[in-house]
Design a protein around this ligand. Structure first.
Ligand code: NAD
Length: 629
């Protein structure tokens, strides 16, 4: 037996498993695993206490918020929480009995081993979809043969909080794109209707945030989606609370335009879901000479076989073709993506503020011959990079009590701590008004940076210790982040020094978080844009109300945003260097500071929290060893 031959057989598709075998459906539970509620939710049931309980609840919460729990699909096309049901169940069992000084290692959604580490070490180390670069084109074959899994980001790192996680980023991004559009010369030539129109496609797990975010920005949204069930889902979401994501749904593009025009005349803010392929909507706009103010796309174009839908066939026909004739499906998808991006390029030329929303659609079209695919840029380059230089980025937390009241309390304290950040406070108010809590653990997200993240994390920990929050919270983030990601078509597009594809940075971020006390850490390939196009690291940290937790929170939540400042300083961004100098951070080669005063920063945070919220944090621990008891 030549072992190299075995891999070649796998790459040629000889060892593909059936979907049933790949998911190990024999181990599928009768119903979705429940999340504890009420009194039951206020105590951990695992040997190591909240640290491991948090991981189990976060995994289950992902299933509740996800797209298809039986198949373990969470979001972003085929992004999964575990490789298969056997692995999901085993992971939970192993976590239940893990000692407080042990670590469980997961390899692409499968338990791989555990060992004694320390109380400071993460309880769980996760890797997903990491392939030696040369063999990346065969990723799907490795998955099909049961050797790897696509974890996206928060699917495979257990911190997916449903639509609200993305609504805030979408809201910030669309608001920034509207501002940019309104500054353009051509804006003056737009009709009243065009000035209000935002067009996109995709109403899936992440993309479904678009209609609501557009309304929050006081504009009219038309979103194309091929899946009628998802249009219904978004039409019904929030309706009982008087804030539906989609106000209208229709199967006719003409009708969608008519509703939008009438609403624009009446000065109303509405969102319309139209059942069609994205390219049909864009073709119509081009032919009718309607140029939207803002244009983007959030179909799962990063995956032309399992996420993207080809033109000319219905949703149901496409699903059958994908299984029965994947080659034909892929061919059709390729033709569609070429046309799709060409239409976006055309509308961009006509003046629509067009941006790529991180689904790798330009790259797909470029590789298929659309030379001007990169004529419009990605949203990070346009709107987010300056924030990354400050270490700012989306920051999320989930209440393990499973009680939305806990999130409302954290909102209240966040408004006090960040009272001078108008955008953040506005966001929290809009979130309260528009964003229903989902089926998983109640959660919240906002953008915070260096100092702010640590201060808020440490504050929440103290709220747990004082019983103001009923149970601990976990704090994490996604891959829209300045320090933990290498993703040349998204987070690191167009870096000043050309370092877009350098993969060292996410590993440095990962190790820093693991060494600083994160509760679980993860390393992934492909989040957001598909395997081969990005590498990124994640961290989630528990705030359980203990002094040890405060120490860990201080370190992790300063290191995580600090790594964004360092990353951008290394690439030569003046703003990052200024931020570094302002906080007296050591930036070798960029400033002369050689000693970072941690104690001063700790004291500063303690004072800031006390002055703004009245909450007294624990003083720093002098003997950290004591905390191990
Ligand atoms: P999803 O698969 O849940 O949803 C995508 C939706 O697009 C599906 O409902 C699908 O039916 C629809 N669709 C596919 N092809 C279509 C077509 N040609 N015309 C009309 N509708 C079509 O995925 P998601 O989680 O919503 O993510 C969408 C994309 O956005 C992914 O590529 C993801 O990686 C990327 N993403 C970006 C960000 C960001 O911050 N910018 C965040 C998350 C995900």
């Amino acid at each position: 037996m030549n072992y190299r031959n075995r891999m070649e057989e796998i790459m040629s598709g000889k060892h593909r498993l059936s979907e049933e075998d790949r998911l190990k459906m024999d181990y599928l539970p009768d119903d979705i695993p429940p999340l504890p509620k009420g009194e039951d939710a206020l105590k951990p049931s695992t040997k190591a206490g909240w640290e491991t309980e948090a991981i189990i609840r976060a995994m289950i919460s992902n299933l509740h918020n996800g797209r298809d729990w039986e198949k373990l699909y969470i979001y972003g096309g085929s992004g999964k929480v575990a490789r298969d049901w056997k692995s999901f169940n085993e992971t939970v069992e192993l976590l239940k009995t893990l000692e407080p000084n042990e670590t469980l290692f997961l390899q692409s959604g499968v338990p791989y081993g555990k060992m004694q580490t320390t109380r400071w070490a993460p309880r769980c180390v996760i890797t997903n979809s990491v392939i030696v670069p040369h063999w990346t084109p065969y990723f799907e074959e490795f998955v099909a043969s049961g050797l790897s899994v696509y974890g996206q980001m928060t699917a495979g790192s257990f911190i997916f909080i449903g639509l609200q996680g993305i609504i805030q980023g979408t809201y910030e991004t669309i608001a920034a794109s509207i501002k940019a559009a309104e500054k353009k010369q051509i804006y003056q030539e737009f009709s009243n209707f065009e000035k209000k129109l935002v067009v996109s496609a995709g109403l899936g797990l992440m993309s479904g945030a678009q209609p609501l975010a557009i309304k929050m920005c006081e504009k009219i949204g038309i979103i194309a989606e091929v899946n009628p069930h998802l249009i219904d889902r978004m039409y019904n979401t929030g309706r009982d609370q008087g804030a539906p994501y989609l106000d209208y749904k229709t199967e006719s593009i003409e009708e969608a335009i008519k509703i939008a025009q009438e609403s624009a005349e009446k000065g109303e803010v509405v969102s319309i879901g139209v059942l069609c392929n994205a390219i049909d909507l864009l073709q119509y706009l081009v032919e009718e000479e309607i140029t939207p103010l803002v244009l983007t796309d959030q179909t799962s174009a990063h995956d032309l076989l399992n996420g993207y839908y080809p033109m000319g066939i219905s949703y149901d026909e496409a699903d059958i073709m994908r299984v029965e004739s994947p080659e034909e499906y892929l061919e059709r998808s390729k033709k569609t993506v070429v046309k799709h991006v060409s239409l976006m390029v055309e509308l961009n030329k006509r003046g629509a503020e067009t941006f790529d929303y991180g689904n790798n659609i330009r790259q797909q079209a470029y590789e298929l011959g659309v030379e001007d695919a990169f004529d419009y840029s990605g949203f990070v380059l346009e709107y987010v990079r300056p924030l990354f230089c400050e270490g700012k980025g989306p920051f999320r937390w989930m209440a393990l009590s499973n009680d939305p009241e806990d999130i409302k309390i954290t909102d209240k304290y966040a408004k006090k701590l960040f009272y001078d950040d108008t955008q953040l406070v506005n966001w929290l108010e809009l979130a309260d008004k528009y964003i229903p809590f989902e089926k998983g653990l109640p959660a919240r997200v906002f953008w915070a940076g260096f100092v702010g993240r640590a201060a808020f994390g440490m504050l929440m920990n103290k709220l747990v210790s004082e019983g103001i929050l009923k149970a601990p919270v976990v704090i994490g983030r996604d891959h829209l982040d300045g320090g933990s990601v290498a993703s040349p078509n998204r987070e690191t597009e167009g870096m000043k020094d050309g370092s877009d594809a350098i993969g060292d940075y996410p590993i440095i971020n990962l190790l820093g978080n693991a060494l600083s006390g994160a509760t679980w850490v993860s390393y992934h390939g492909g989040g957001g844009v598909g395997v081969g196009y990005s590498l990124h690291a994640g961290q989630v940290i528990l705030a359980d109300g203990t002094r040890l937790s405060q120490e860990k929170l201080f370190r992790v939540l300063t290191w995580d945003p600090l790594s964004a400042v360092l990353r951008h300083a290394a690439a030569g961004y003046e703003k990052a260097i200024d931020v570094g100098n302002e906080h007296k951070l050591v930036i070798p080669g960029r400033n002369e500071i050689r000693e970072f005063d941690y104690e001063k920063l700790y004291d500063h945070i303690v004072t800031l929290v006390k002055d703004r919220t009245g909450v007294e944090l624990f003083p720093p621990m002098e003997n950290l060893e004591l905390s191990l008891k």
